[in-house]
Design a protein around this ligand. Structure first.
Ligand code: HAM
Length: 436
């Protein structure tokens, strides 16, 4: 087969129906668990003024320096496709005066995001995140609950035992300033042993040197001064309480003093879920506390904590674990018809079957029974209903079990009931739809 004339741009993908089974299932679990925990859904625009991201994520981060899709509008405003969800949620929190809402404000999102990353396994230029933000509470019990919610979602999706929760504290602005100084002192004179990236980051963002993946940088990082010597009492207490709460909630974690996260807004708690087989390379999700961000974005000092996970990576791990989400798209019944009167009748039959909650398909464009049965096979329909001229005259219909290959003739008027009982679906109750 020759290559198609057009293909999706590098690093972006179509989500085909089989893949959507996973996306729908992940969304369902996220919606349910977030709702139970008091979160309500928010959607922020796909693009924002670029400053919303550069200011919050940090000018010297990889995301802002290298990975933002930026463009100018006709009015010369610089806008960027959103590379993550927290900045937009904080902008919306301030714009809609949510500090006046009952506190804390708990919001969740399921959205596409964009990063000009080098495409590779688990790294795309358009990807999807689900995430949640709890704004307005500083207590470490809130951090523990946020982590518990993320863990619970991983459990529901069947991937929790393939992941480890990596946990660290990076302290507040003050203890971090002291620690940065310690790090710069330590790395001074060792610049030549660092990778080019780390050499550039050393003075701007020395914390990032701790989680560089290059071997030489890792060796140096393993001997770097520990944060324990720089952390103040209040931040230490916050961290110790968080660990106690996680033990109480029975969430297993690994302490990792090199975990710093790639976004500048974090304070105190940081955490990531790493794959047991792939390590830091392809974390499914990460988050932490960002007590300074709302003030930085022009609001009052307001504590907050949040988390986001990549849906593509989550789905990858579900597949590795052999998880198959329920296939709600499966075709239950395929209607085969022969002759004009039968075709007319099959139109109302298809509607009646669908009203009863069955996934029902018919191939109106094909005339021969053989041709239509072939299509029924390709759709992997469980049953075929065959309606020819004789059946219409006798008010009957043939029910064929496609797997067994057996068939029986039944009264036409009973068929919707018979098939729905066999499949085990019930009529779509419109009232129920509103109550659910
Ligand atoms: P993040 O660690 O930058 O955090 O992204 C969270 C997750 O998004 C990652 O763990 C990964 O699964 C997924 N992800 C990131 N980039 C890509 C990519 N290029 N391709 C595929 N998946 C990707 C944040 O975004 C923070 N906003 C999380 C947060 C919320 N912190 C506080 N609240």
């Amino acid at each position: 087969m020759s290559a198609p004339l057009y293909q999706a741009p590098k690093g972006v993908h179509d989500i085909l129906p089989d893949e959507h089974l996973y996306f729908s299932f992940v969304k369902k679990v996220v919606r349910r668990r977030c709702r139970e925990a008091g979160y309500r859904r928010i959607s922020t625009p796909i693009f924002e003024n670029a400053e919303v991201f550069s200011r919050s994520i940090g000018d010297s981060t990889d995301i802002v320096e290298k990975e933002m899709f930026m463009f100018e509008t006709k009015g010369d405003k610089k806008v960027a496709l959103k590379p993550e969800g927290t900045a937009g949620v904080v902008r919306a929190y301030l714009e809609h005066n949510m500090s006046q809402w009952p506190q804390p404000v708990e919001l969740y999102y399921i959205e596409p995001h964009f990063r000009y990353d080098r495409p590779q396994k688990g790294r795309y230029r358009q990807f999807h995140q689900f995430g949640f933000e709890c704004i307005g509470e500083a207590d470490p019990a809130i951090d523990a609950q946020a982590i518990y919610l993320a863990h619970k979602i991983n459990l529901d999706l069947g991937i929790a035992d393939r992941l480890t929760l990596q946990l660290n504290t990076i302290g507040c602005k003050e203890c971090r300033a002291k620690y940065k100084e310690d790090l710069i002192n330590y790395y001074t004179g060792k610049e030549r042993s660092l990778c080019v990236n780390c050499q550039q980051r050393m003075h701007r963002n020395p914390l990032r040197l701790l989680d560089c993946k290059e071997e030489d940088c890792q060796i140096l990082a393993s001997m770097a001064p520990k944060f324990e010597n720089a952390i103040d009492e209040a931040c230490k207490e916050h961290y110790n309480l968080l660990k106690d709460y996680l033990k109480e909630l029975k969430v297993p974690f690994v302490e990792n003093s090199h975990l710093v996260r790639g976004l500048d807004y974090y304070t105190r708690t940081v955490f990531e879920f790493w794959s047991k087989s792939e390590g830091a390379q392809n974390a499914t999700g990460g988050g932490g506390r960002y007590d300074g961000l709302i003030e930085l974005m022009g609001g009052q000092s307001t504590p907050a904590v949040g988390y986001a996970a990549g849906m593509e990576r989550t789905i990858e791990y579900m597949k590795e674990a052999g998880i198959r989400p329920p296939n709600k798209d499966a075709v239950h019944v395929f209607v085969v018809q022969l002759g004009l009167i039968a075709k007319k009748r099959s139109l109302s039959l298809l509607n009646a079957l669908r009203e009863q909650g069955l996934n029902a398909v018919g191939s109106m464009g094909k005339d021969s029974i053989k041709g239509q049965m072939k299509v029924a096979d390709r759709f992997k329909a469980k049953y075929a209903l065959i309606l020819g001229q004789i059946e219409v005259q006798e008010n009957t219909i043939i029910l064929r079990d496609m797997q067994k290959g057996s068939q029986e003739i039944l009264p036409y008027d009973s068929i919707v009931d018979v098939v729905s009982k066999k499949i085990g679906v019930s009529k779509l109750d419109k009232k129920k739809l509103w109550e659910e």
